[in-house]
Design a protein around this ligand. Structure first.
Ligand code: PGA
Length: 267
């Protein structure tokens, strides 16, 4: 008798992956995980240190956090946030800055103390960047480290702006953006020629030091790179593969972003 194995085969996956029907459902799960950390820390009188990401992907997570604040009384008074990255050069009040993004999509709508918000400064003189980056890392350490780091993934395999070539022990630093990354950003800048060539980003080492890491990705456009990050060999050609080193990482995907994983692709 032939026995059919209807279990999904996750044996090719080198880190934990959860797949939800759509980005809305997945975003609610991620937001509630963040809210749980914030509430747990409140009960013990501690700060919750969040590592936050920009881009289209986390917007629904931030919407749900705002809803939890407005409708369910979730307070962010004990939250300190560190953003992953910022374009360089970039004025904070420019429409495309990650400062504007974070205030428009989250900070303006919750009760976080503005002094507890850290976003890399895109206005520094080049010679001041190295000491600024060291201070950024030190501040994270002084505050006890990042409790939860939220990540998106770029089509180059970047996390933050750690483009191919970035190693697993990189810290916060000035980096050069890949052509594909600048192309993906071109619509918000009114053309690729207006996208900055550089950025300040936390390193992969910075990310790996977080106590929990959650990478989110939606849509088939991300399917191929997600498959490489999850099932590929660790390599600086695809910097997100270094997340396989973490003992506390989870990829949270919608069905589109998961479609190239072996368990779905071979169905
Ligand atoms: P996106 O960007 O959320 O806009 O797709 C993700 C990233 O580049 O890290």
């Amino acid at each position: 008798m032939i026995r059919l194995n209807l279990q999904e085969d996750t044996s090719f996956e080198k880190l934990p992956v959860s797949v939800y029907a759509n980005p809305e459902e997945a975003s609610i799960v991620v937001a509630s995980r963040i809210a749980d950390i914030i509430r747990k820390k409140q009960l013990s009188g501690e700060r919750a240190v969040l590592g936050l990401a920009t881009g289209d992907t986390p917007i629904r997570v931030y919407k749900e956090l705002i809803r939890l604040h407005k409708e369910e009384g979730l307070s962010f008074k004990n939250v300190v946030s560190f953003n992953l990255d910022e374009y360089y050069p970039m004025l904070p009040d420019a429409e495309q800055s990650y400062v504007s993004f974070m205030y428009n999509n989250l900070f303006n709508h919750i009760d976080i103390d503005k002094d507890n918000i850290y976003i890399p400064d895109g206005t520094l003189a080049v010679e001041d960047i190295p000491s600024y980056c060291i201070a950024y890392e030190e501040r994270i350490t002084e505050l006890g480290g990042i409790d939860l780091q939220l990540l998106g993934i770029g089509r180059t395999g970047h996390i933050g702006f750690n483009e191919p070539g970035s190693g697993p022990s990189t810290d916060t630093r000035l980096v050069t953006l890949e052509d594909l990354t600048r192309e993906d950003a071109s619509s918000s800048f009114g053309g690729k020629e207006n996208v900055p060539h550089q950025a300040i980003t936390m390193g992969i080492g910075t990310v790996l030091r977080a106590k929990e890491i959650v990478l989110i990705a939606w849509g088939e456009k991300k399917g191929e790179i997600v498959q490489k990050a999850v099932e590929g060999e660790m390599s600086s050609d695809v910097p997100s593969t270094f997340l396989q080193q973490s003992n506390n990482v989870e990829f949270i995907l919608d069905e589109g972003a998961a479609f190239k994983l072996t368990r779905f692709a071979t169905r």
